[in-house]
Design a binder for this molecule. Structure first.
Ligand code: SF4
Ligand code: SF4
Length: 288
């Protein structure tokens, strides 16, 4: 019989997302992680992972993220063009005398090798990112990093998710911003999503797009308003109208921004916030 380990252990996975970068995602993810015991934080913002700057300076690479790319045997290939015609991503071009592969836009889907009528295509694995690990007291920390110049963030996030530790009470993901495939890959297996928003017209516009995506995915979610007081009331009115819970408000405070710029998370700079984040995690645990 297959047993769902998460049902047995009661582990809760929480993703922290935002409509755009610079909204306070990492501020919340790091502060939440530091307020809990037996927790793991995974920074899935693989194009710009920066949680380590605040939490854990001693990290080491533990694995590679790779994708399979086709290798065409020129001796066997008949230049029929079926592989390039079938490639959704235009990563293959059938030229006179050869089939050309554009490696960096190949998604490693394997369709080309499946359709080749003469089995001229094999695969090799191409590294596109690195997975790192570290530990600070109760906190287990991992992040993925896309190799500079690479474009496919999602396989790096998929690889990062292999390192989730089932014995943790809470697993927190710092997601890439926006509502792209990489955000979806980050949140898809989580129990709850915390959506961070700035109360400005742009912030609200970005938030609405993410809300739509989360609803389509059927995820449970709630909102944290960061820099509360800096803009207008429209975000609160929107959440009220859409029946979205506002679980926390972090005030617009230059001292918070100054401490953050010095490398201190909210709870490190202002320990009184720790109880609020612990309570938030318990509320989420009740909701999932
Ligand atoms: S593996 Fe997929 S994306 Fe890559 S070249 Fe083949 S068909 Fe195109
Ligand atoms: S499908 Fe196979 S035989 Fe046809 S062009 Fe591609 S590699 Fe060559």
């Amino acid at each position: 019989m297959v047993v769902n380990i998460r049902l047995v252990t009661g582990m809760v996975q929480i993703a922290i997302v935002s409509g755009k970068g610079g909204t306070g995602k990492t501020l919340v993810a790091t502060s939440l992680a530091l307020s809990l015991k037996n927790v793991q934080l995974l920074d899935a913002d693989v194009e710009e992972p920066n949680s380590a700057l605040f939490l854990c300076h001693r990290v080491q690479p533990i694995d590679k993220a790779e994708i399979p790319v086709p290798v065409i045997d020129k001796e066997t290939c008949t230049l029929c063009g079926k592989c390039s015609d079938s490639c959704e991503y235009n990563a293959l071009a059938n030229l006179p005398g050869e089939v050309l592969l554009f490696e960096k836009i190949c998604h490693g889907c394997g369709v080309c090798s499946a359709v080749c009528p003469v089995n001229a295509i094999t695969e090799r694995y191409r590294p596109i990112g690195t997975i790192y690990s570290g530990r600070e007291q109760n906190l287990l920390f991992n992040y993925g990093e896309l190799i500079v110049g690479e474009e496919l963030a999602t396989p790096v996030i998929t690889k990062l998710k292999e390192f989730v530790k089932e014995d943790r009470d809470f697993v927190i993901f710092d997601s890439p911003p926006g509502s792209s495939c990489s955000m979806v890959e980050t949140v898809i297996d989580t129990d709850f999503v915390l959506l961070i928003g700035e109360p400005t017209p742009f912030g609200l516009s970005d938030m609405k797009i993410v809300v739509e995506a989360l609803r389509q995915l059927g995820k449970k979610f709630g909102v944290i308003i960061n820099k509360d007081g800096m803009g207008n009331e429209e975000m609160e009115e929107y959440c009220d109208k859409e029946q979205i819970s506002i679980l926390m408000k972090i005030p617009f405070d230059l001292e918070i921004a100054r401490q953050y710029s010095l490398g201190k998370t909210l709870v490190q700079a202002f320990p009184k916030w720790q109880d609020d984040f612990t309570q938030l995690a318990l509320e989420i645990k009740e909701m999932v």
